[in-house]
Design a protein around this ligand. Structure first.
Ligand code: KIV
Ligand code: ZN
Length: 523
């Protein structure tokens, strides 16, 4: 039975992976990828999805609109600066949502007022009243954020939030935009606002922290203990600069130590945490640091003999959470080339993949090729393999043959044969190392000129026979395209990632074009 205290202590999880998270350098996602993340967020059970910043670019607008039309069971928010045009565009983008929210913001610190906005405090107050009321004319759910709240004058913040409440805001966000506050200071600010802002008891107070001093989670939890009831977070803590507060850390801190936060709880499905983390790092190419709380590769690894001994006797000697509760699959999941189709199918089902027959067949064929090269195919390999298959546009360019010659002190020489429909394309090039030479040979074969803006390689699993996963981003005529490639050889993985991006460019498929922004983004 849900008690009054349960209702009072519910923490609404506002996920901003698709907006603030997407602002991490290198994290830009295609519209298709954003939809995939939105589906995962719904499955994870977040309450509000901030889908993007519609006024930033036509791509952002389209992505927010598509997410709004698709998501069921979570509220979809769009971000808007406190001006008429942003709010009107945001209203249009979120219009198809089952439950919508306009999230409008303006800076309130004197530093921002003087140097960025060049507005007086009185002008900002007027703007807040006018724009929150405008947002309310489109939806009955409006969030107002006082950007750089933690460096703003506290009494002025009270005035700003009072105006927002009078004009119809239903959630008030108190962002620590530059990651400057401390837990005690933030808690005191929350108390000050609750004591002095008329009507604040009728709205939700929200916390939004950045991690510049590594205190994002601590500050968020301090604000929750002091009465905030919405936490703005991102998967893996991705976001501007040092990132935002990590969803998994707040959710698991409350699940594990909720009693220290007045019984605060969330509705997040904990077993979807690790799969969501993998999805976001796979799509963005932003690796999770190995020792990252909850979702890092080592978060539940025990190396020291004393620890291993304790673990063998009783898991709780060294584990405060059960890894399987947060979605780490058992370490048993290892396949080899004799595992057979049924074993393969079962393993994919255990990892949560739902593939149709055709996709299953293609995945099985790739698995057999991999199992030939690698004795032990692990869960991480399978995830990379299926995700790679789902992401890759292999209907445009096919890599048929490649060769690279390298010797110390000499440039690398590469040649490549591709197919494009029925046409065979070949190219040769000299380069500064094997990857550079091979990508240049591809340029020569395709005759497409692009700029490689981002290149990242990672090993899917440890070990000499690990698969290499490469993520690239290329720019052509102002548009950005991402590509992902997987192979046991990183030079080949690089070629595959590059061809994936070129395939998207060549297909001119608008839905795969990145929602890159033409105006500045917001932290
Ligand atoms: O960090 C910040 O201030 C923001 C606002 C737009 C909420 O992201
Ligand atoms: Zn932010």
């Amino acid at each position: 039975m849900t008690t009054e205290s349960d209702v009072k202590n519910r923490i609404w999880i506002f996920d901003t992976t698709l907006r603030d998270g997407e602002q991490s350098p290198g994290a830009t996602m295609t519209v298709e990828e954003k939809l995939e993340v939105a589906d995962a967020l719904v499955e994870l059970g977040v309450d509000i999805i901030e889908a993007g910043f519609p006024a930033a670019s036509p791509g952002d607008f389209e992505a927010v609109k598509l997410i709004a039309a698709r998501v069921k069971g979570a509220r979809v928010a769009g971000l808007a600066r406190a001006n008429r045009s942003d709010i009107e565009q945001c209203a249009k983008a979120i219009e198809p949502a089952e439950q919508s929210r306009i999230h409008t913001f303006i800076a309130t610190s004197d530093i921002h007022l003087q140097h960025k906005l060049r507005m007086s405090r009185e002008e900002v107050l007027e703007r807040v009243s006018e724009m929150v009321a405008l947002a309310r004319s489109f939806t009955d759910n409006v969030e107002f954020s006082a950007e750089d709240a933690t460096r703003s004058d506290w009494d002025y913040l009270v005035e700003v939030f009072s105006r927002a409440i009078e004009s119809g805001a239903t959630t008030l966000n108190v962002p620590d935009t530059v990651g400057y506050t401390t837990p005690a200071e933030y808690a005191a600010l929350m108390a000050h606002l609750q004591e002095h802002t008329p009507g604040i008891e009728n709205v939700i107070i929200s916390v939004h922290c950045h991690n510049d001093l590594g205190m994002g989670t601590a500050n968020t939890l301090a604000a929750i203990a002091a009465g905030a009831r919405q936490a703005e977070v991102t998967i893996n803590g991705i976001g501007e600069r040092a990132g935002n507060t990590a969803l998994e850390e707040v959710v698991m801190a409350l699940a594990t130590r909720g009693d220290k936060f007045g019984g605060a709880w969330t509705n997040v499905r904990k077993d979807r945490i690790v799969p969501s983390s993998r999805l976001v790092s796979g799509i963005t190419g932003l690796n999770v640091q190995v020792n990252k709380a909850i979702v890092g590769e080592n978060a539940f690894a025990h190396e020291a003999g004393i620890h291993q001994d304790g673990m063998l006797k009783e898991r709780t000697t060294y584990e405060i959470m059960n890894p399987e509760d947060v979605g780490w699959e058992g370490t048993k999941l290892v396949l080899g080339k004799h595992s057979g189709r049924a074993g393969f199918r079962n393993a994919l089902a255990e990892l949560g993949f739902k593939l149709d027959d055709e996709e299953m067949q293609a995945a099985y064929e790739s698995f057999l090729l991999l199992a030939d090269k690698k004795k032990r195919v692990t869960a991480a390999d399978l995830i990379a393999l299926v995700r790679n298959q789902q992401q890759t546009r292999d209907d445009v360019y096919h890599l048929r043959q490649w060769r690279v010659d390298i010797a110390s002190g000499e440039p690398a020489n590469a040649s490549v044969v591709l197919s494009y429909g029925d046409v065979q394309l070949a190219g040769d090039a000299e380069g500064n190392g094997p990857v550079d030479a091979l990508l240049q040979a591809i340029d020569a074969a395709t005759s497409i000129q692009t700029t490689l803006e981002y290149y990242q390689v990672e090993a899917v699993t440890p070990g000499e026979d690990a698969q290499g996963q490469v993520h690239v981003r290329i720019r052509s005529e102002g548009q950005l395209f991402t590509g992902h490639g997987l192979a046991t050889d990183i030079v080949e993985a690089s070629a595959r990632a590059y061809l994936d991006a070129l395939g998207k460019l060549r297909a001119g498929d608008a839905s795969t074009v990145l929602a890159g922004s033409s105006v500045s983004r917001w932290g």
